[in-house]
Each structure stands twice: as C-alpha cells, then as structure tokens.
Write a protein that binds this ligand. Structure first.
Ligand code: ADP
Ligand code: MG
Length: 482
C-alpha cells in the first residue's frame, strides 16, 4: 500500500487507501446514528498511510478534534478489521487548496495551529457567535443525561434527531424546537444532553438550562429586589443557546410570561436557538399567552410517546451495560420491560429494585422468579391516578411516626434525615417532579440534596435488606392510596 512521504502528497489518493477507508467507514456507519455519521464523516478524505496509521484530512479544527477524541478507537478497530493488521488513524486539517501541509503529512501529526479554511461546513455558527472568554458551565446538568445514554426508538426518534441536530450545529435552524410528551419519557434527558454536548464541544458558546419553575422563582425574586431585573435579563439574554424545561409551569404566571416573551424574542431575533419542553402540545397550553403559542408553533414541534416494548428492553440493556453490578439475564429485562410500561422513570426504578434485591440474597443471582417477586411488590394493583408528593410524604410520615413539619424541617437528626431521604427517593421515582421542584417540596432544599438522597437510598437498597423491605412496603401503601 502507498505510504505517505512517497508520491502520495500530490495527485489522487492510492485506490487501496480509499478502499481501506471506505471499508472502515462502512463498519462505523453501522454503529452510529445516521445524522451523526453524516455530520462528522461526510467530508473526510484519506490521504495515505504513514507507518501503521491512515492519515485522513478533515475540513476544520472542530471536526479534527471531535473525530480524534471520539472516534479514533472505533476507527482503529474498524481499520484493523478491514486491513487485517493493527492500524490506527491520524487526522489533519485540510488547508486551502485541499492539500495538507507537507510537514504534517511527513509526521502524520495534526498541525499545531491549523488554519480554518473558508469552507467550514460544521461551524456555520462561527461567524455569528462572539467568542467569549467565559466558558459555558454545565451548572445544573446531570452528567448522566448524555446523547450516548439516550436510546432512540420509534417513540422518541424525531425529538432525538432534532435535539441532536441543534446540538451538533447550534445555529438558527428550526427555532424554537418544542419537545412535548408525558412525564418520565426523556424530555429533561434530551434537553440536558444538548446542554452537555454544547458545553463540551462548543465551550465558547454559552448555554443555559433552566427549569421553568425555577425561572418563575428567579423572576419573583428579581422583582422583590429592586435592582434584580437587570440581572435576570442578563442571565437569560446573554446565552447562545437557551434550554427551557417544563414550560407548562408558566401557566398562570402572566408577568413571567411577559418577561419570557421578551427574552424569547431577543434571542430569536439574534438567531440563538431555543429549545422548550412541555408535558403537552402548544395548543393545549391553554392559558399561555397566544403570542407565545404562536411563536412555538412557528418552530419545530416533536413529540415523545411512551416507548414500545422493544425500546424499553433496549433502554434496560443500555443501563445494565453502563452500570456495574450483577448480570441481568435477558428474560428478566424483558419481564421488567413488560411490567413497567408507563414510562422510563418507572422502568429504571424497577431495574434498580430487582438488582438491589438480588444483591441481598445469599446467592446474589438475578433469576426470573426473583424478579417476579420483586415486581409483584412494586406493581400491586396498577395505580391509575397520578401519585402526589403529599401522598408520599403522608405515607412516609405515618410509616416512621413523624410529623409533616419534621419531615420538611431543617432538623438534621438521623431519625428525621433518613425518612426524609426515603421520601425524596420515592417522590423521584413515583412522580414526575423535577429535582428543583422536589427540593422545594421538602422545605426549599437544593436540587443537589435530592440527588444525594436518591443516590444514598439507591445504594442502601442493595446493601440493607431492611431498607429494601421498607421501600417495597411504602410503595405498596402509596399505590393503594392513589
Ligand atoms: P421527563 O423529563 O420527560 O419527565 P426524564 O428526562 O426525567 O423524563 O427521564 C426519566 C428517566 O428516564 C431519566 O433517568 C432518563 O435518563 C430516562 N430515560 C428517558 N428516556 C430514555 C431513553 N430513551 N433512553 C435512556 N434513558 C431514558
Ligand atoms: Mg422533565
């Protein structure tokens, strides 16, 4: 095969090199979302081979860094498969005239300060975005909510594809993107995935994720403080991408809606992408101002419905693969997916419990019978009405002999902290309240306290049988009351 450094720096590429690269791309294509594949690989061109590496040119530095960081391993595996010998890949940026710099080719390394060619397909956004020194901070983003951890299926594919498209090229596309669907179906996950993606790969862009209820609270607070409104406006308007979760929380909040409308218009006019989520479609946001609804309708609307069995199984598989712990047989995954059909949050809760229970048994093996037992406790007679946070708090208080005042108080004695954490765990699992909202329902606590409580109880579930039993009993009682 032709080695770079001979004749390969000018003229057409050796057909063998092209065949090798095409073969590798074929393999990679099968492993990636079509949109992702096209975005990143469409413009790659093999140049030749240096040592054990194929050298591939891309049109800009973003693409080079992205490909290098994310796909080098996958490509090396594919190249090794196609060529039959161990191979890797090096990326270089094409310079004007389509030829990589001579020095880069000789060493097979990327140029230290690559120039960006005039034709920059992946960064259409660049000219309109002012590069800030301040980097976007993921802030309240849950690091688990990435695109990688999101399973796309028929029920959510449109929303997934649109969200990924905005994340990949965060410029005015379809603005706004409005994602709606029932609770526990992945809206927050997708929205945060966009936030994480942009702050990781476009760190010069400022992206803000906000829960609408939090926006209402911030707005109220800024009215209270006389000079607060400037700060409020700045926090919302200085963003390159704004992600607003659960917009239905603005219903009935006229003043916040007014201010939000102005923010929306400001960003929209500046071609800054806005993504919104809601538990219902725009036309059902009855008392939201018409001018807002009209704006929403002008963008792209994508719904998410409950996942079909196949997607539920795929979600469980993805979760099992990404977590440590006992192996879960496929038949158990299918059983869980059959029983927990309402939404993904419930699905995840069921998996956690089955795994937790098995770790408490002497054999530590997850069997179908064991899973059936656990699930019977979790899904007694199906609750038909949504479970309220008050029902959960009430049942937890009754169970542990506490008063409601104590449960939501600041007291930090163990006999109150533990039931409070149990209650937070159950609210997270059984309702659709956001983390900040759950914190608010427990005496105005921070969302990180809720995350901590959830993690702690999840851990205890798998190590203390008593905790497991209490959770099962409480779930049963709560569901009977609903
Ligand atoms: P929503 O905001 O629609 O109420 P969330 O985004 O909070 O729902 O999702 C609930 C849980 O289900 C989260 O833990 C999320 O990671 C998970 N989830 C939802 N949809 C998917 C999916 N398609 N793939 C993987 N996990 C998912
Ligand atoms: Mg949500």
């Amino acid at each position: 095969m032709q080695q770079l450094g001979d004749a390969a720096t000018s003229g057409p590429v050796d057909p063998q090199v092209q065949i090798l690269w095409d073969g590798a791309l074929d393999i990679v294509k099968g492993e990636l979302n079509e949109l992702v594949f096209k975005t990143w690989f469409r413009e790659t061109e093999p140049l030749g081979v240096v040592g054990d590496d194929i050298v591939v040119s891309v049109s800009n530095t973003w693409g080079r860094d992205w490909l290098r960081n994310r796909y080098s391993g996958m490509l090396a595996t594919a190249l090794t498969k196609v060529s039959g010998t161990s191979m890797g890949v090096k990326f270089v940026v094409r310079v004007a005239g389509n030829e990589p710099e001579q020095a880069d080719l000789a060493s097979g390394a990327a140029p230290a300060t690559p120039s960006v060619p005039a034709d920059v397909p992946l960064t259409e956004a660049q000219p309109s975005i002012d590069v800030r020194a301040a980097h976007a901070s993921p802030g309240a983003l849950n690091p688990r909510y990435t695109f990688d951890n999101f399973v796309a299926g028929d029920s959510n594919r449109l929303a997934y594809t649109c969200a990924l498209a905005v994340a990949e090229t965060p410029v005015f596309k379809f603005n706004p993107l409005f994602i709606y669907g029932g609770s526990g179906l992945g809206k927050t996950h997708l929205l945060q995935a966009v936030g994480i993606y942009i702050s990781t790969y476009y760190p010069h862009l400022k992206v803000r994720y906000v829960d609408s209820q939090h926006m209402v609270d911030e707005f109220t607070e800024s009215i209270r403080q006389k000079t607060g409104m400037d700060g409020f406006r700045r926090r919302y308007r200085e963003n390159d991408v704004l992600l607003v979760d659960d917009i239905q929380s603005l219903i009935g909040k006229e003043k916040t809606q007014d201010e939000f409308f102005r923010t929306f218009k400001f960003l929209y006019d500046g071609n800054k992408p806005i993504i919104l989520t809601s538990d219902r479609p725009p036309h059902e946001l009855e008392t939201l101002q018409d001018r807002l609804i009209t704006r929403f309708n002008h963008g792209m609307i994508a719904d998410i419905s409950p996942p079909e069995l196949e997607t539920r199984v795929a979600i469980l598989k993805r979760k099992v693969e990404s977590e440590s712990g006992l192996p879960v047989p496929n038949e158990v995954l299918t059983l869980i997916a059959e029983r927990a059909s309402a939404n993904v949050r419930e699905l995840e809760g069921a998996l956690i419990r089955v795994k937790a229970f098995a770790t408490l048994t002497p054999s530590k093996v997850i069997t179908l019978d064991l899973a059936k037992d656990v699930l019977k406790g979790m899904f007694p007679e199906r609750a038909t009405r949504p479970i309220s946070v008050q029902t959960i708090q009430h049942e937890v208080c009754k169970f542990y002999g506490l008063s409601m005042a104590d449960l939501i108080s600041n007291k930090r004695s163990q006999n109150i902290v533990y039931p409070r954490q149990i209650a937070m765990y159950l609210v997270r699992e059984l309702t659709d309240l956001s983390l900040p909202r759950i914190g608010a329902e427990f005496g105005g606590r921070d969302h990180t306290t809720v995350i901590h409580a959830f993690a702690k109880i999840q851990k205890l579930l798998g190590s203390e049988r008593e905790v497991f039993n209490q959770i099962q009993k409480l779930t049963n009682q709560i569901k009977q009351k609903s």
